[in-house]
Design a protein around this ligand. Structure first.
Ligand code: BGC
Length: 380
């Protein structure tokens, strides 16, 4: 029988905190421009283990998955998630990588931070060049969630109330995200949300994976399959043009598994815009497993670790750490180099509120936002 092991590490966090203050490093105080924390003691770290040797750690700051320990083909464990040991490192990380967090209210970009809904114009925080990215200046990754273990299960539920007008969005939005670790080494992520006013919602999980282990070089040799015949090309500010373009014959074709690095250096305007792969793929409708689409499969040859992603979402953002540059040092002190991790963010398409041809992301009062994504690990 698996057991939820919840460890509340506020004491340890406090210890780190006072150490930081003693050493004179900048510590974000209440009211820090880039985070909203009323009480640092309310930030906890939870450990969940299963019977197959896998352990994940989750904090209620940003609903961040801070660690994913997974066996390789010989049973050797490595932490395959980029991240930090201390909450202050998440808060202070340069260039805001969103390591491991739930991003929202809208994952990815909304052009110029503007959209019209039911005849009303809305202006959101512009925090990425001319655009709005990942919910704004203080998105869901930078707030403290309420955490509750799910009784009798290897799971934790995190909830958050995003207030009307928060980052410019309409409506009070109640969100809950449950992370469930199964005994067959899957992390099941279930999202629920309800609103009292029509609003765009697009939640996603922003873990950066390196299946060799965090800090162990680039992910360019990982072999990726994406179950998508089309993707959404972007302009130079990474806003979709509205086209659903065929991947066939382009570097964006991952329908057969290939090394991420194989075509990344090819001449292609879209690769120039993204600085590599940083695009949304349009998932094929099938095959379905238990009502979810197999979206992606990533295999790392040296360790034998494999990650499969299944989802109820129509798209997946594949971002291969193009903005990492070695300045961020992770939890084991190793620098996270350029393309040292990849994200596979299941989602609706970027900028949907301004793109009439994309599936709608508008949640109406009385409706339920429900979304599920599974990250399944194996080794061979
Ligand atoms: C986006 C990137 C962005 C990264 C970190 C990804 O989801 O697609 O463009 O740089 O998140 O913010």
């Amino acid at each position: 029988m698996s057991k939820v092991k919840l460890r509340l590490l506020s004491k340890q966090t406090l210890f780190h905190l006072s150490l930081i203050v003693m050493l004179g490093f900048a510590w974000p105080t209440r009211g820090h421009a880039d985070t909203r924390v009323e009480d640092f003691d309310s930030i906890k770290l939870y450990t969940i283990s299963n019977t197959s040797g896998m352990t994940i750690k989750v904090t209620n700051y940003g609903a961040i998955i801070t660690s994913i320990m997974v066996p390789d083909r010989d049973g050797k464990l490595a932490d395959v998630a980029l991240g930090y040991n201390r909450v202050e490192d998440y808060i202070n990380a340069v260039d805001k990588p969103y390591f491991g967090a739930i991003v929202g209210r809208y994952g990815n970009r909304i052009a110029k931070g503007a959209f019209t809904l039911n005849g009303e114009q809305y202006s959101l925080a512009v925090n990425n060049g001319p655009n709005h990215l990942h919910g704004g200046v203080i998105g869901f990754d930078k707030v403290v969630w309420t955490a509750a273990p799910v009784g009798g299960e290897n799971a934790i539920e995190l909830s958050y109330l995003a207030k009307d007008k928060e980052e410019g969005y309409p409506g009070n939005l109640r969100i809950s995200v449950t992370y469930r670790l199964t005994d067959d080494n899957a992390i099941v992520v279930e999202y629920l949300a309800e609103t009292d006013k029509a609003t765009p919602v697009n939640l996603t999980q922003h873990t950066y994976f390196n299946l060799q282990g965090e800090g162990e070089g680039t992910i360019l040799d990982h072999q990726l399959m994406l179950n998508a015949d089309r993707y959404t090309p972007v302009d130079e500010s990474l806003i979709p043009t509205g086209e659903l373009a065929a991947v066939a014959g382009t570097p964006f074709d991952f329908t057969e598994a290939k090394a991420i690095g194989r075509d990344i250096g090819k001449e292609h305007q879209q690769l120039t815009f993204g600085g590599g792969f940083d695009h949304n793929w349009v998932l094929n409708a099938g095959p379905q497993v238990d009502g979810l689409t197999l979206a992606a499969r990533v295999y790392e040859p040296s360790s034998g670790r494999q990650l499969e992603i299944l989802t109820s979402e129509p798209g997946i953002q594949f971002y291969c750490g193009n903005f990492l540059d070695g300045r961020l040092q992770g939890k084991s002190g190793k620098p996270y180099e350029h393309r040292g991790g990849f994200c596979l963010e299941t989602q609706h398409f970027p900028d949907s509120p301004n793109q009439p041809n994309f599936p709608s992301t508008i949640l109406e009062p009385g409706e339920k936002y429900e979304s599920t994504t599974v990250f399944k690990f194996t080794a061979r």
